[in-house]
Ligand binder design. Structure first.
Ligand SMILES: Nc1ncnc2c1ncn2[C@@H]1O[C@H](COP(=O)(O)OP(=O)(O)OP(=O)(O)O)[C@@H](O)[C@H]1O
Length: 258
């Protein structure tokens, strides 16, 4: 018996205006994989994630998640996926307990169950003391922790994370890395985008590099290294054509000082 891929993209093309931002993306992801989806600023990573979670139905090609078409089954898909967006707007005037209660009820979870789970998850993220405080005063990292909980509260099968470590302190980074690893060990699929190369290198079963809307590398870190024995940061710089940052930095300072 063949097992259907959890995520599948076939010849995905997306334009916001004239020029395509995604230019024929093909990929297939199996259950239990941690996939690091990386690329330079503007490469099309967030756009791909938004298509996969059903936020951008206007695209060409095929996109399925859990065997369902994202164009026609977006609601069914949403029940079973979690998404932590980059730069999400939280309802600041709510407390984490209120916000997570709201999110949990959107997923039709029982209010008592949400409350118990939320208190536990906030405690594990060192946010117990802030559970009932308005989020207007929260730091970036504190907001990110609430967002991470909100994306996973309903125990989704597939989790899409866009720059999930944004603003987190070193201990929280270690914790989130460990959570991602252990979730994958239980069969969950994690598809995430990040610019933090050493984290991507360590936690991904598979690394996909996109540049200008096309996949330019796809494999385990060991496989990518086999082509060029470098760190992921160096590989990334070489493959995306930006390996002279020392020169650029010098030029930047020259421009500032002249
Ligand atoms: N709503 C939009 N309208 C018009 N253009 C957009 C829109 N969203 C994204 N773009 C453009 O699409 C391209 C890809 O953007 P996207 O956000 O997917 O990149 P990214 O790889 O996630 O970048 P970053 O690493 O900077 O977050 C960029 O050129 C961006 O300007």
């Amino acid at each position: 018996m063949t097992i259907a891929p959890i995520i599948e993209l076939r010849n995905l093309v997306k334009s916001y205006g004239e020029a395509p931002v995604l230019n024929g993306i093909n990929l297939s992801v199996d259950a239990g994989q941690v996939v690091g989806y990386i690329g330079p600023n503007g490469a099309g990573k967030s756009t791909t994630l938004k298509i996969l979670i059903g936020m951008l139905p206007d695209f060409a090609g095929e996109a399925t998640v859990l065997g369902m078409d994202v164009r026609t089954a977006a609601l069914d898909i949403k029940r079973r996926i979690g998404y932590v967006p980059e730069n999400a707007a939280l309802y600041d005037s709510l407390t984490p307990m209120e916000y997570l209660q709201f999110v949990g009820q959107l997923y039709e979870l029982d209010p008592g169950h949400i409350e118990r789970k939320t208190l536990d998850l906030l405690r594990l993220f060192q946010l117990s003391d802030n559970a009932h405080a308005r989020m207007t005063t929260f730091s970036k990292g504190m907001r990110q922790k609430v967002l991470l909980i909100s994306g996973m509260l309903h125990n989704p099968d597939v989790i899409f994370l866009d720059e999930p470590l944004s603003g987190l302190d070193a201990n929280a980074v270690v914790l989130v890395k460990e959570i991602i690893r252990q979730l994958a060990n239980t069969g969950k699929t994690i598809f995430y985008s990040s610019h933090i190369m050493d984290v991507v290198e360590k936690i991904s079963d598979r690394i996909i590099i996109i540049n200008k809307g096309q996949i330019i590398a796809d494999g385990t870190f060991a496989e990518l290294q086999h082509q060029r024995p470098e760190s992921l940061e160096q590989l990334f710089a070489q493959m995306t054509g930006s390996d002279s940052q020392t020169d650029v930095a010098g030029e930047f300072i020259n421009t500032l000082t002249n």
